[in-house]
Design a protein around this ligand. Structure first.
Ligand code: ATP
Ligand code: MG
Length: 261
């Protein structure tokens, strides 16, 4: 059942690749301004879910309602314009471009200017350019990357490169941010800093879907969790409920169920 306070409602979503049912009837609802984690073993369908939400794949069945709009059938740029942005499990940066230029790519997803207007440098184009630069600067500041703006992205330590991806997604001014394993490859200090960053992002009013295997991070920051296994929902609930769920422990968490940070 749809609840108007939910920003995202996913109903009976199916996505298959040949014989593999990557999503086999997934349903869940995400209220606005929450950190909502999606966890589960490798191959559970987490990244596929993000790819479907962003319009990269067209699901074979189901419904996806975001902020009152049905997303099924919409192309990725249209979905981005509605307010969904993402990061990728594998870094997707332009290493030779500066940090600022990488982040500006994100803003341009929201640009309304056509090619002709841009070529003619109409006043509204210059206004829009100023707006996009302001959004990029804001995203860099939130990600504590302002002092790196002019450096080539490829020269940054790995942890900061992952932050540039988050800044690029934020520069598109999303209402829903999808983070696909943002802690992968980070050391403990970087992971703690990431946790603070995700909390700051939520404090700006953005709803966060967090796919992550780092359980101390997930359990300490998420309001609710969805557990996927073989493309199906195994459980949904608060961190305490999920950590106490015998099916989740058996399928994914194993014996280590204490995640205080
Ligand atoms: N483009 C594709 N073509 C064929 N099969 C795919 C494709 N994308 C995903 N799959 C399959 O769908 C299933 C779900 O994969 P997915 O990448 O969504 O898992 P995941 O939960 O993100 O796993 P991980 O934690 O390892 O990132 C897997 O069996 C995978 O092999
Ligand atoms: Mg994945």
């Amino acid at each position: 059942m749809k609840n108007p306070s939910n920003l995202l409602t996913v109903e009976a979503l199916e996505q298959s690749f040949g014989g593999v049912m990557a999503l086999a009837g997934v349903s869940f609802q995400t209220p606005e301004n929450l950190i909502y984690a999606i966890i589960g073993p490798n191959g559970a369908g987490k990244t596929t879910l993000f790819n479907v939400l962003c319009g990269f794949y067209q699901p074979s069945a189901g419904a996806l309602c975001f902020n009152g709009y049905e997303l099924r059938g919409l192309p990725p740029h249209h979905i981005a314009a509605l307010g969904i942005a993402r990061t990728f499990q594998n870094l997707q940066l332009f290493f030779n471009m500066t940090v600022l230029e990488n982040v500006m790519v994100g803003c341009h997803l929201r640009a309304k200017t056509g090619l002709l207007a841009a070529a003619l440098r109409l006043p509204r184009v210059r206004r829009e350019e100023r707006q996009l630069r302001a959004w990029a600067a804001e995203a860099l500041e939130l990600c504590e990357l302002s002092d790196r703006a002019g450096q080539p992205a490829g020269a940054l330590p790995y942890g900061l490169m992952k932050r540039v991806e988050i800044a690029r997604a934020l520069a598109a001014k999303p209402r829903l941010l999808l983070l696909d394993e943002p802690a992968a490859g980070l050391n403990d200090t970087e992971t703690m800093a990431l946790r603070d960053l995700i909390a700051r992002i939520r404090a700006t009013g953005v709803t966060v879907l967090l796919v992550e295997h780092h359980m101390p991070l997930v359990m300490s920051i998420s309001d609710r969790l969805l557990v996927l296994d073989y493309g199906s929902v195994l459980a949904e609930g608060s961190p305490a409920e999920i950590q106490a769920n015998p099916r989740v422990i058996a399928a994914y968490l194993g014996g280590a169920v204490q995640y205080a940070v």
